[in-house]
Design a protein around this ligand. Structure first.
Ligand SMILES: Cc1ncc(COP(=O)(O)O)c(C=O)c1O
Length: 560
């Protein structure tokens, strides 16, 4: 498409509520002139408008829902048509579509507070056609564009994986990263504090890094060099993991597969199970379970009205059920993903609850994938491993990680336990197939990282990890006390570095945006973890102490 065919789209000041739906005839493509200083990617977006369709994504922020509802009514659609936010199309299209589904629009407009209100989007073409689209009152634009060169570039004949195409706009955390980047461009002088993504911030204890440094330096010597290691991990590390975390639980060295992190193992497990199994997941939950299930082809399409993928059993976990699903209402699935302590709610299942879960799996012949990435944050009698529950070895796999214990989010080291007792319906051991997956798709964790892992499990390393965990738990308490003192209902934060704050009746994205806009603190909207997370915001305790204190000071200022 020639550049001359582009028309310019302005974000105007002043709310112009049009009673007419957007008219886009004669307009084939629009170049958006956003304020470049506001553009996170430094590019201008091209909104591709065709005869009958225009898409624009609007973030959930205060006021957004109203203006979107206005837009819906302008388009003759009821409030129940389509998602409660984000997108609209002209009536001739009739249906609400996600922008990526059509791949027609290459722009995401991120609106937030304090900017001059761009409420109408005006399109000027040679014939000076004006198209107004109701928008929210205030906003800043961030654009993601495909260049004309890209659009006309050579394309292969390979069809896109339809399962990946089912995924929604983006993985939650990159989306938050994008919003943070846009915010920083908007407020270049603001001291933005991130209590959002859940990445660790404190240095790795030296007893651990020195072991890694030693192994790294050894690689430069003939005696110290080693190449490919065992795909399942170094024997000594596997043995040490078994004795440190599973002593007296009947888990042995050869049940343990060392990996480059729990997230990779979640995807490896999905490859292991394949596309024909059914799966259940806590709602809300860490997004990797659902996304990997979609990618591997276990699900149907995303159902916008209920914000769920078809063919996944969402097990609602809310304060009303003590964050443990009512299993009498859960349909049988082959696989049950269960994370405890839970990300994002911070709740940890009790021994009694896990006993029920194991029984439920056994009665149904299901396999539990138990994510214990935060087990070291557990105190008291609450189980740290699913294998503390009698009979769990016959129905459960456990995946775990050094990421949140020793600041290994960048180093990358985790492990997965697949007990030899766990069998498929034909009696074949699951571990044998997992071994095959690991040998085929993974050549073992980095030897330097494994040296670090071994150091983590030395007496000094364990003590150092407990200190790191203790530090984050103190942060957690500061956050819990802050929100509690402000009158909020707060959950989690005892056995996990996450605080789950309730904002009844409000949209999570609205709250996220308000907090970011008014305090420059990044949190995570609860609805990003599943529909039952709506109305909650997750505040992570991973942060330097002074940042956590400062963030809490700002929260007090905002909500006093
Ligand atoms: C519940 C849960 N599982 C797994 C992971 C990923 O861990 P890793 O860094 O080992 O891939 C995370 C990271 O935040 C998590 O919250």
């Amino acid at each position: 498409m020639a550049l001359s065919e582009y028309v310019v789209l302005h974000l105007d000041n002043g709310l112009s509520s049009t009673s007419n739906p957007p008219s886009t005839s004669n307009v084939s493509q629009v170049e958006e002139t956003c304020d470049d200083s506001m553009c996170a990617y430094g590019v201008k977006a091209r909104l591709k408008l065709t005869e009958d369709i225009m898409f624009l994504e609007i973030s959930h922020e205060s006021g957004a829902t109203n203006s979107i509802n206005n837009a819906k009514s302008d388009l003759g659609l009821g409030n129940d048509d389509g998602p409660s936010s984000e997108l609209w199309s002209t009536p001739s299209d009739g249906d609400w579509q996600r922008w990526e589904a059509r791949a027609m629009v290459r722009a995401v407009a991120l609106h937030s507070h304090r900017r001059p209100p761009p409420s109408s989007l005006k399109i000027e073409s040679a014939s000076t056609q004006i198209v107004s689209v109701t928008s929210k009152k205030v906003g800043v634009c961030k654009c993601i564009a495909t260049s004309p060169a890209e659009e006309t570039a050579y394309k292969t004949k390979v069809t896109r994986n339809g399962n990946i195409a089912k995924l929604q706009a983006g993985y939650l955390f990159p989306e938050i990263g994008r919003r943070k980047a846009a915010h920083m461009l908007k407020y270049p002088d603001a001291q933005v504090i991130s209590l959002g993504i859940g990445d660790t911030t404190e240095p790795i204890p030296e007893v651990i890094t020195s072991a890694m440094a030693k192994r790294a330096l050894g690689l430069s010597t003939v005696e110290g060099y080693s190449g490919y290691g065992a795909e399942q991990g170094e024997k000594q590390l596997r043995a040490q993991l078994a004795s440190t975390f599973y002593a007296n639980l009947g888990i042995e060295e050869d049940d343990i597969f060392v990996s480059d992190g729990a997230k990779s193992d979640i995807s490896r497990l999905q490859v292991l199970f394949g596309s024909s199994v059914t799966m259940a997941v806590q709602d809300p939950s860490y997004p990797a379970y659902v996304d990997s299930s979609v990618i591997i082809g276990q699900t149907g399409q995303f159902q916008k009205d209920i914000e769920k993928f078809a063919n996944i059993e969402y097990m609602k976990c809310t304060p009303e059920n003590d964050f443990f699903p009512d299993l009498s209402k859960v349909s049988r699935t082959d696989i049950i993903f269960f994370c405890s302590p839970n990300n994002p709610t911070g709740s940890a299942a009790s021994r009694e609850q896990l006993t029920k879960l194991v029984k439920f799996a056994k009665d149904n012949g299901s396999i539990i994938v138990y994510d214990s990435a935060y087990a070291m944050y557990v105190s008291g009698d609450t189980p740290k491993s699913i294998f503390e529950i009698p009979g769990a070895k016959e129905v459960a796999i456990e995946t775990a990680s050094f990421s949140k214990y020793a600041g290994f989010t960048g180093v990358r080291l985790g492990w997965t336990v697949v007990p030899k007792e766990l069998k498929y319906s034909d009696g074949f051991p699951v571990a044998k197939d997992f071994n095959r997956i690991v040998c085929t798709g993974f050549n073992g964790a980095s030897n330097i990282a494994q040296a670090g892992g071994l150091a983590c499990l030395s007496p000094e390393g364990l003590e150092a990890m407990h200190e790191v965990v203790g530090f984050y738990k103190e942060n957690t308490k500061i956050i819990v006390d802050t929100f509690t003192s402000l009158g909020f209902k707060v959950y989690g934060g005892i056995h996990a570095p996450y605080v789950w704050v309730h904002f009844p009746g409000q949209s999570s994205w609205d709250v996220f945006s308000e907090i970011l806009e008014k305090t420059h603190v990044v949190t995570t909207p609860g609805s990003g973890f599943g529909p039952a997370g709506e109305g909650f915001v997750r505040v992570s305790a991973f942060g330097h102490r002074n940042n956590v204190l400062e963030a809490c000071r700002r929260f007090k200022e905002l909500y006093k």
